[in-house]
Design a protein around this ligand. Structure first.
Ligand SMILES: NC(=O)c1ccc[n+]([C@@H]2O[C@H](COP(=O)([O-])OP(=O)(O)OC[C@H]3O[C@@H](n4cnc5c(N)ncnc54)[C@H](OP(=O)(O)O)[C@@H]3O)[C@@H](O)[C@H]2O)c1
Length: 352
């Protein structure tokens, strides 16, 4: 059964509310060691503050990297973990115009610290969400689907029938790429790591709309070329892994195509064969959602339009939340362990 954010909140409100608590770290290090579940005190509401009761928040790789101190932006310490999630507005400062009590909100920027039961955020750091979006979809909307949406829109002009190749295809980003591309009639070639239950994963990605799912090993074989007798060579490659996996994507990219690197899960550098540059004149680009949001912070029209488009896809059943496991906040240690375990294929969602 799927719950909308509104129904979950009504059920939670019926229980007695405890003191505000959060997953706090005072120094950088391994999350399991440095995070502590603690009582926290809320900031003053002030004129522009919004008191939010958090409902659910995922654990993403960038959250882990931030706690480890290995991310491009780091909060002042002590800090609360988490960059994404959904909450409900309890109270607003007198100067707040865009939100009111009862509204559902998601972060408009990174670094808010979403792994807490309640918090006071600045109005401009929040985006209002429609109330009919399922809880987990709302909690996981502001990072991965937005990244997938932008990468499919901003680098190449893709038309129905064109193709895109991506690695880490079972990641949160990858699942969103498959679904958004399918909704636009764009074919996807989805590269995953081999595993004992590969067929299960292939079936799951195909049920989301993946046209082809292939392992990194199979993509290296000469027979992989046969794929492109059925669909055009990709104009766009999306790289969330780096290392040899990225080199393989480049090998199949169309002449003058673009590879966008957005993640480095293998922690290996991207090596570019000179032939890809000389004979194919490929373009190499990078993308960071946080920077895009900051670049568009003054004029939120584009951001609002993207969120509205993604919500429309969710309502039409064309964009579902990533495969996930919902975990009570008190069990955060097991959620952290699962989030850092390879081949798990399930996003950990903290219920706050
Ligand atoms: N640039 C941006 O704006 C932006 C935005 C969102 C996400 N990201 C980045 O995108 C990446 C994916 O994020 P996510 O939230 O979608 O991830 P996720 O749902 O947690 O999934 C992690 C993915 O990484 C794969 N993986 C893990 N270790 C790997 C390795 N050593 N080699 C190859 N693949 C490996 C996993 O595959 P298995 O199932 O095989 O383990 C899985 O597909 C992360 O690096 C994240 O920081 C960047």
């Amino acid at each position: 059964m799927r719950f909308s954010v509104g129904s979950v909140f009504r059920a939670m409100s019926a229980t007695v509310q405890a003191r505000p608590r959060g997953l706090v770290y005072e120094k950088h290090g391994e999350p399991a060691q440095v995070l502590q579940l603690k009582d926290i005190s809320l900031s003053e509401l002030g004129a522009s503050g919004v008191h939010v009761r958090m409902l659910a928040a995922p654990i993403n790789p960038s959250d882990i990297n931030m706690i480890q101190g290995l991310y491009a932006v780091l909060p002042d310490l002590p800090a609360v973990g988490g960059n994404e999630g959904v909450g409900r507005v309890e109270k607003t400062g007198i100067g707040v115009t865009s939100l009111k009590p009862g509204d559902l909100v998601i972060p408009a920027d990174a670094g808010l610290g979403t792994w807490q039961t309640e918090a006071v955020f600045k109005e401009e750091k929040l985006l209002k969400m429609p109330p009919d979006i399922p809880l987990v979809s709302a909690a996981t909307l502001s990072v991965n689907p937005c990244t997938a949406f932008r990468m499919l829109s901003d680098f190449e002009t893709l038309k129905p029938g064109d193709s895109v190749i991506q690695n880490a295809a079972n990641s949160g980003v990858g699942q969103a790429v498959i679904q958004i591309a399918a909704a636009k009639g764009i074919k996807t070639i989805n590269v995953v790591r081999d595993r004992p239950n590969l067929q299960e994963l292939v079936d799951r990605l195909k049920s989301l709309g993946a046209d082809h799912v292939i392992t990194e090993e199979a993509l290296r074989k000469p027979e992989a070329k046969d794929l492109f007798q059925k669909i055009p060579k990709p104009l766009l490659a999306l790289n969330g892994v780096g290392g040899k996996s990225a080199t393989e994507l480049l090998r199949h990219l169309q002449h003058k195509g673009t590879m966008v690197t957005y993640g480095g899960m293998s922690k290996q550098p991207v090596t570019i064969p000179v032939s890809a540059l000389i004979f194919k004149d490929v373009k190499l680009r990078g993308f960071w959602m946080t920077q895009w949001k900051r670049d568009n912070a003054q004029n939120k029209e584009e951001l609002d339009r993207m969120i509205a488009d993604l919500c429309t896809l969710i309502r039409k059943g064309q964009l579902s939340a990533p495969a996930c496991q919902e975990v009570p906040l008190a069990d955060y240690q097991s959620a952290l362990t699962a989030a850092m375990t390879p081949y798990i294929s399930a996003k950990q969602i903290l219920l706050l």
